[in-house]
Design a binder for this molecule. Structure first.
Ligand code: FES
Ligand SMILES: [Fe+2]
Length: 339
């Protein structure tokens, strides 16, 4: 078994990461054509069968390895572009044009994986789930609206984005142009409650309130504060739950779905207890977008091959969330390591 000194966040080297649910695609982006997605270094094809049901399979034909995502959905099956073999949603080959009526060997099949549709996204687990799909009750409650914000690949590891989400010390620097208070770099205090599959994070953070945000929040003051009651879900999903003094709730859910060791698919949506007539979705996205691009510019410069040993990097008290993440990730990897 590897000691912690040698454990890094090369996610493809740790099979345990296959046992979590990850959002891989906005559900509306999967229509008649198959779509390719790489998850934990595994090439997948997503498609909808004749009933609209989502199928997820390895994107590699069992005949001559052609990419099935270049094929077509025909009669509710996925047809390989190379020799036309057809596979059903379970990955079983149900038609081989060249064999006419001869029986199809049972070995003609590709691996299929479970999927779920939740919060407007398609989620996939490559193994046996060891944690439920992250619960975001507000996304399904009346009085709240869900706004898809963006979906894009970043060159950084999931851990880097997760620890950044709970890092009160970077706001005055990275977010000076959006909401950080430049003259007040001291990080707000926070309280963390550890949970089996992550933690709960509470903090009250003073922030600048730009003209765009004044409009989005319905508050004219040029500064305000955020009451945070946020959640980290192992391994790479965060839920920032922000309440503003006027009662407005702005929840940002972000997943850093691991594509490969050095890249993550960033899936972000927000949930609010107001309506389009109160604040336009486009303006809300514009603000959150600007903030996230500020983070991206920094996070893509960090080492993606993040070590979990604490002596590999230097720390300060406000780094506690990231330290707990390192402990929990290292424990998880060790617990499920067979070598
Ligand atoms: S490679 Fe797929 S049918 Fe031949
Ligand atoms: Fe940030």
């Amino acid at each position: 078994m590897k000691t912690i000194q040698f454990i890094t966040m090369r996610v493809t080297e740790h099979p345990v990461f296959q046992n979590f649910w990850y959002p891989v695609l906005p559900a509306v982006d999967l229509q008649d054509e198959p779509v390719a997605f790489e998850l934990l270094g595994q090439r997948l094809v997503l498609w909808r069968d004749g009933t609209g049901q989502v199928a997820v399979m390895r994107d590699r034909c069992c005949h001559r390895t052609a990419q099935l995502s270049r094929g077509k959905v025909v009669d509710g099956n996925l047809r390989c572009p190379y020799h036309g073999w057809q596979f059903n949603a379970k990955g079983i080959c149900v038609q081989v044009p060249q064999l006419a009526d001869m029986p199809i060997p049972a070995s003609y099949r590709v691996s299929a994986y479970p999927s779920a549709e939740r919060y407007g996204y398609l989620w996939v687990c490559l193994g046996e789930p060891i944690a439920p799909l992250p619960e975001i009750p507000e996304a399904e409650q009346p009085g709240f609206r869900v706004i898809p914000e963006f979906y894009e690949m970043w060159h950084c590891s999931g851990l880097r984005l997760m620890e950044n989400s709970f890092d009160n010390a970077h706001l005055s620097f990275v977010h000076a142009a959006t909401f950080g208070l430049q003259q007040e770099p001291a990080p707000a205090d926070s309280e963390i409650t550890e949970l089996a599959d992550g933690f709960q994070f509470q903090s009250v953070v003073p922030v600048a309130n730009s003209p765009l945000q004044q409009q989005n929040l319905g508050m004219t003051s040029d500064r305000t504060h955020r009451i945070l009651n946020s959640r980290w879900f192992l391994p790479f999903t965060r839920k920032l739950h922000i309440t503003y003094p006027n009662g407005l709730i702005h929840i940002i859910v972000t997943a850093a779905t691991p594509i490969h060791d050095s890249s993550s698919q960033i899936v972000q949506f927000c949930i609010r207890n107001d309506q389009e007539s109160d604040a336009k979705a486009a303006d809300i996205i514009a603000f959150d977008r600007a903030v996230t691009l500020e983070d991206r510019a920094i996070l893509e410069t960090t080492d993606w091959d993040t070590p979990l040993a604490l002596d590999a990097e230097q720390h300060m008290p406000s780094d506690k969330p990231g330290i707990i993440m390192r402990h929990k990730l290292a424990a998880l990897i060790r617990q499920h390591s067979h070598s």
